[in-house]
Design a protein around this ligand. Structure first.
Ligand SMILES: N[C@@H](CCC(=O)N[C@@H](CS)C(=O)NCC(=O)O)C(=O)O
Length: 281
C-alpha cells in the first residue's frame, strides 16, 4: 500500500504525493498524482507522465501547470520518479545523465545495476498495480513524457500493445542508440551488445512494427532546444521510421521554444486533450 505524504488542492484538483516500498527497485519510492476528479466518485482514466534527466516525481507537478487541464478533461496524471532513489550504488551520483535521476526506463542487465535499476518493470507493472489500489481509476491508460521520459513513454507504449490507448512526448530522445546520452546509458546499464539496446530504442521499435499501433502519435519539439541541435533527440529518425510503417506521427516543431518546463507548460493542455479524446472511446 502507498502511504500519503502530502495532499494539496490546486484548481480543484487533488495533488498528492505518496511513498511505497518497491520490491522491483529494492527501495522506498515516491510518486505524485494529480487527480482531476477530486471530490467526486467518478472513476477516471490515468495518464502516466515520465520525466527527464535530473527530475524527481515533483518537477512536472511544480512546473508544468497541468492542474486546470487535468480537471477540465477529468483525468488523473501519475508522475513516478526517474530512477531508484533509496539505494546507493557506487558511481550513481557522479554525473547527471547516468545513475540517480537517469534510470532511462529500462531493466539494467549489468551486474552492478541489475538488482535495482529496473524502471521498465517498475512503470509497466508495479506502479500500475499500486495506482489501481490507491486511486479510483476506470482502468484506461495513456502515457506521455519529456526527453528521457519521452523515450520511456514511446518505448513502453510500443512494447505493450493494447495497454495504453495513446502516447505523446515532449522533446523525446527518439533514437538513443544514435545519440551520446543513449550510448552512455545503454553501455552502462545494458553492456556493449547493441542488439540488446534495440528493445529500448523507439526508432528501432517502430521500424520493427508490422502495422501502425496508434491512430496518431503527438510529439512537440522546440526548435531552440539545445539538446535537439546537439543531436540528442533525433525526432526526424523516429518520424522516418513511422513513415516506413504507415504510422501517423504529428511531429510539431515549435518555433522559439527550448527544452524546459516553460515549453512543456505551453503545450501540456494540447497533450492532455489528445489523450482524453482517445481515452474517452
Ligand atoms: N542538468 C542539465 C540539464 C538537464 C535537463 O535539462 N533536464 C531536463 C530533462 S532532460 C529537465 O526537465 N530538468 C528539470 C527541470 O527543468 O525542472 C544541464 O546542466 O544541461
Amino acid at each position: 500500500m502507498a502511504r500519503l505524504l502530502e495532499s494539496k488542492k490546486a484548481f480543484n484538483a487533488e495533488v498528492n504525493q505518496y511513498e511505497h516500498n518497491s520490491p522491483t527497485l529494492g527501495c522506498v519510492m515516491k510518486f505524485s498524482v494529480i487527480n482531476g476528479g477530486s471530490g467526486s466518485d467518478e472513476k477516471l482514466p490515468v495518464i502516466y507522465w515520465l520525466s527527464g534527466l535530473t527530475c524527481s516525481d515533483r518537477n512536472f507537478i511544480e512546473k508544468a501547470g497541468a492542474f486546470r487541464a487535468a480537471v477540465e478533461n477529468r483525468v488523473i496524471i501519475v508522475c513516478p520518479d526517474t530512477s531508484p532513489r533509496g539505494v546507493d550504488i557506487e558511481g550513481d551520483s557522479e554525473s547527471w545523465d547516468f545513475g540517480k535521476g537517469a534510470g532511462f526506463y529500462l531493466n539494467a542487465t549489468q551486474p552492478k545495476w541489475a538488482a535495482n535499476y529496473k524502471m521498465y518493470d517498475y512503470v509497466t507493472n508495479e506502479l500500475m498495480e499500486i495506482i489501481e489500489q490507491t486511486v479510483k481509476t476506470n482502468g484506461k491508460k495513456a502515457i506521455m513524457g519529456h526527453s528521457m521520459g519521452g523515450h520511456g513513454a514511446l518505448t513502453i507504449a510500443l512494447r505493450n500493445p493494447g495497454v495504453y490507448t495513446s502516447v505523446s512526448a515532449f522533446a523525446p530522445i527518439c533514437n538513443p542508440m544514435q545519440c551520446p546520452w543513449g550510448n552512455k546509458a545503454f553501455t552502462g546499464y545494458l553492456g556493449d551488445d547493441q542488439e540488446q539496446w534495440k528493445a529500448y530504442d523507439a526508432t528501432e521499435q517502430m521500424k520493427g512494427m508490422k502495422a501502425a499501433p496508434f491512430d496518431d502519435i503527438l510529439i512537440d519539439v522546440g526548435d531552440k532546444d539545445n539538446f535537439l541541435t546537439a543531436g540528442q533527440l533525433l525526432p526526424e529518425n523516429f518520424k522516418a521510421a513511422c513513415d516506413q510503417v504507415g504510422q501517423k506521427c504529428s511531429l510539431r516543431m515549435q518555433p522559439g521554444y527550448d527544452h524546459s518546463y516553460f515549453f512543456i507548460a505551453t503545450f501540456i493542455e494540447d497533450h492532455i486533450k489528445f489523450h482524453k479524446q482517445r481515452l474517452a472511446n
